[in-house]
Design a protein. Structure first.
Length: 207
């Protein structure tokens, strides 16, 4: 995957609320997570969460077992500083998701908004999926947002993949059931419109 230096430089050189993927709140991700009806004790991981405001919304909603994973130390420090004392309730992992050592059957919900589409090699995508499968509990959910087929071909100076619901489903594995999907036009702080596809998958409770 991309090295840490690139992303640390991105977050160190500009305010987080000026970056193209910035959302003021948790957006559709938070809405869908709340609609799952997961208990406050459910294990939730935000992959590539960085400086995202999703964790703020999850804390406000009462979730108690939150993990934010990101490649960039600068991004994680931005979020920790913003949350203050509340940040102590979150597990912060400075790791590359394609190399991360995550506990087996640890999470009830895996969230990823705009990380998977940066994985442009088959080996990186396979490494990601291996970790998702290992750490997601039976019956667990996956909420993933990627650039739609009509979305940008590059982001933050890097090439990206673009997905529709079916191609993303195929990339993650057919044993995950596609429950719902939606297309959302994200307006960047600079005024550009980027179409995203959001997908919710559910893992079988039985092997």
């Amino acid at each position: 995957m991309t090295d840490r230096a690139h992303w640390d430089d991105v977050y160190a050189s500009r305010p987080s609320d000026s970056l193209s993927w910035y959302q003021q709140g948790g957006g559709l991700s938070l809405e869908w997570i709340l609609e799952t009806g997961l208990s406050p004790s459910a294990g939730i991981i935000d992959v590539g969460g960085g400086a995202s405001r999703l964790v703020d919304g999850l804390l406000t909603a009462g979730y108690e077992d939150l993990t934010v994973l990101d490649l960039s130390r600068e991004a994680l420090e931005t979020a920790r500083s913003r949350l203050g004392d509340a940040g102590g309730k979150v597990s912060w992992l400075e790791q590359d998701i394609t190399e991360a050592d995550l506990p087996p059957a640890r999470f009830d919900l895996w969230h990823d908004r705009a990380v998977f589409h940066f994985l442009t090699t088959a080996s990186d995508r396979q490494a990601y999926v291996v970790r998702l499968r290992r750490s997601l509990r039976p019956g667990g959910r996956v909420i993933m947002a990627t650039f739609a087929e009509s979305g940008p071909e590059r982001c933050s100076g890097l090439p990206v993949m673009r997905y529709g619901p079916q191609s993303l489903h195929a990339a993650l594995g057919r044993d995950l059931r596609l429950v719902r999907y939606a297309t959302e036009d994200h307006t960047t702080p600079g005024g550009a419109v980027q179409p995203f596809n959001f997908c919710l998958f559910e893992r079988s409770r039985h092997p």
